[in-house]
Design a binder for this molecule. Structure first.
Ligand code: DAH
Length: 345
């Protein structure tokens, strides 16, 4: 049986041995020496078992005190060693190597459609337009009826979309936000609203089921087609970085009257004629028109006082033209190599 001094000796020995431990492995070996199956505390437990009954209480208490002392010292030594290991690791770290970091974590880049969208937003902001956000899920009223496309109207055929089980739809065009924005702001009003649109399309190099548009509306007193032409020409010249020619052809859209297809002179051949513009010298870019009075009325606008124009700029198409992307599927393809090569210049 241990004397009181005996327990103290054990503790002192443990302190001595702990001081010799410089890493976690040696400390673990020490732990096993004391707490392992054949360790010191096992021997002490044996002693306790064999002790006279009247001594058991006293011995048990002494063993417990010793155990508490050793456990606590062990824990603080463990923390001390772990912190030292960490500190040594930091001290030995190579000097910050910027190049290594850049190669390992390449910086991200904006998606080409984001770049085009931001350019357009900036340009329109400079012309007094606000930039509006609108949901991708909408309803039949906003997507069609408020735009003068009643149920069974043939114009719906071109915009077959995805219907949710609750009757809502994925918006087929950014025009779907017109009604909400008119009601929100009333007249006069200048706003553009970019957004992702969805259609049930057979996908090929020119068609996607998911694409981006930017809608714009301007409502004020005495707005005419000349205002429309002015804004479109200014915007497109800024996007392309040089003056572009535009022309209007008649086009039918139920929510505008008159409606137009706006073409720009081919940016590849400069208007002389090439395969990209099918030798016409013109590229179709942006349907537009004077907002139909019914649509204004749906939006709560007084048609005696106000008129306006609207346009639906194909952002995806614009990005294809600006960056010379031949296949629309590139944009949703997720090939980082293909998508990270564009800048806003
Ligand atoms: N929303 C039409 C579409 O996606 C495009 C459009 C045409 C928008 C004429 C307009 C407009 O604002 O005036 O097919």
């Amino acid at each position: 049986m241990q004397t009181t001094d005996g327990y103290e000796t054990i503790y002192k020995e443990f302190i001595r041995e702990t001081n010799l431990c410089a890493d976690l492995d040696t400390l673990e070996a020490l732990r096993l020496k004391y707490f392992g199956k054949k360790g010191v505390f096992n021997d002490l437990a044996e002693e306790l078992k064999n002790a006279e009954p009247e001594n058991k209480r006293d011995i048990g208490q002494k063993i417990n005190t010793l155990k508490a002392q050793i456990t606590s010292l062990f824990a603080s030594k463990q923390t001390e060693i772990s912190e030292n290991v960490y500190k040594t690791r930091i001290d030995n770290c190579p000097v910050f190597d910027e190049e290594l970091l850049i190669n390992k974590n390449p910086l991200g880049s904006y998606h080409p459609i984001t770049l085009v969208q931001r350019t357009c937003e900036e340009i329109f902001r400079g012309m007094g337009f606000t930039i509006e956000d609108y949901s991708e899920i909408t309803d039949d009223f906003n997507c069609f009826e408020a735009l003068n496309i009643p149920p069974f109207h043939p114009a719906r055929d071109m915009q077959d979309t995805y219907y949710l089980s609750n009757g809502q739809v994925l918006k087929t065009h950014t025009s779907a936000a017109q009604n909400t924005i008119m009601k929100k702001y009333g007249a006069p009003l200048r706003a553009v609203f970019p957004g992702r649109c969805f259609r049930n399309e057979a996908i090929d190099a020119c068609h996607e089921n998911t694409f981006f548009q930017m809608e714009g509306i301007m409502i004020d007193k005495d707005i005419s087609v000349s205002n429309l032409i002015y804004f479109m020409k200014t915007m497109l010249s800024e996007v392309f970085g040089h003056e572009v020619k535009v022309r209007l052809r008649p086009g039918f859209f139920p929510f505008v009257e008159p409606g137009f297809e706006l073409d720009i002179n081919c940016q590849i051949c400069g208007g002389k004629g090439c395969p990209s513009c099918k030798n016409s010298g013109w590229l179709e870019l942006c349907p537009c028109g004077m907002i139909h009075p019914k649509v204004l009325e749906y939006g709560g606008i007084d048609i005696e006082e106000y008129s306006g124009f609207a346009f639906g700029l194909g952002l995806t198409r614009l990005a294809m033209m600006k960056y010379g992307v031949k296949d629309i599927r590139t944009f949703n393809g997720g090939n980082i190599k293909a998508l990270s090569q564009f800048t806003n210049k």
